[in-house]
Write a protein that binds this ligand. Structure first.
Ligand SMILES: [Zn+2]
Ligand SMILES: [Zn+2]
Ligand SMILES: [Zn+2]
Length: 283
């Protein structure tokens, strides 16, 4: 696998306008997390559902599929490529992605992968994508046209390098700590960057992971719905883990249409909040 630095400069296709290229974003002080989407796999509203959350006029009850960006200094990470990535990137003006960190290869976390090619054009470079072995195997199989060099280029293919992440690494000077989690039976990853941790799609946090969750300013945590679920944290289990971790602020994500924003917000302890699409938190 070649590193992004040594990849030949990516030539944008003929339709890509010359003015559509961007410089890297200005560095931020500390760490800035932007919630691109905080919805469950089907999104909220559900197609054709008439429940009061799906029919709500409050934009905070409108949730695209789960994804965030985390900017640390001058480096921007995208966590997962949701099927809503293009719309999320337009809405939040995400113009630069240094690396993608994948939590796991379920459809709602990877099916926006092809949209990364727009960043190849914008930044004129390839993008490293990190994940566990399950994720890298699934990406290679399900997006064979990207990773098989023999498929024709046509209108352009994303230019990505797949990288296994098993332990703490530095990416462009920023320490990235993968967090081992269980999503039902499946091993998935969360990520800690500085004093911010992102844990979506998880039903259990193993004891060995808690050592990496000390001293957090911000935790984003899975919280699917009030009722128990085999592969996700429910309200009750999410609150229990959030209390045990004790971050200064916890935001819940991957929420379904069973959760009404205002009602849920009122029910939570002082340090806990429902996330919403477009939420920005800085530490
Ligand atoms: Zn999911
Ligand atoms: Zn509904
Ligand atoms: Zn999942």
């Amino acid at each position: 696998m070649s590193s992004p630095q040594t990849d030949p400069k990516y030539n944008p296709p003929s339709f890509w306008p010359k003015h559509a290229s961007v410089p890297p974003p200005k560095p931020v002080r500390g760490t800035r997390l932007t919630v691109l989407g905080c919805g469950t796999s089907a999104g909220v509203p559900l197609l054709a559902c008439k429940c009061r959350v799906c029919a709500s006029k409050n934009p905070r009850n409108n949730r695209t599929r789960a994804s965030v960006t985390i900017q640390a200094g001058a480096t921007t990470f995208l966590i997962d490529t949701s099927p809503d990535l293009r719309a999320q990137a337009l809405r939040n003006e995400v113009h630069w992605i240094d690396s993608v960190l994948f939590t796991h290869p379920h459809a709602d976390h990877i099916h926006g992968l092809d949209d990364l090619r727009n960043y190849n054009y914008l930044m004129a470079r390839s993008i490293p994508c990190y994940g566990n072995q399950w994720t890298l195997d699934e990406l290679t199989e399900r997006f064979s046209y990207i990773f098989n060099e023999n498929t024709q280029l046509g209108g352009g293919k994303p230019m990505l390098t797949l990288q296994l992440i098993e332990k703490r690494i530095k990416i462009k000077g920023v320490t990235v700590q993968p967090l081992e989690l269980l999503h039902g039976q499946m091993p998935v990853l969360g990520y800690r960057i500085n004093d911010v941790a992102y844990i979506t799609d998880c039903s259990y946090i193993p004891d060995r992971t808690f050592r990496y969750l000390k001293g957090l300013e911000v935790l984003v945590l899975d919280c699917l719905r009030p009722a128990a679920h085999t592969t996700h944290l429910s309200v009750e289990t999410a609150l229990a883990f959030a209390k045990k971790i004790g971050a200064k602020k916890t935001f819940f994500t991957h929420m379904g249409h069973e959760i009404e924003y205002k009602k849920f917000a009122r029910s939570l302890p002082r340090t806990m909040f429902p996330a919403y699409d477009g939420l920005v938190v800085s530490t």
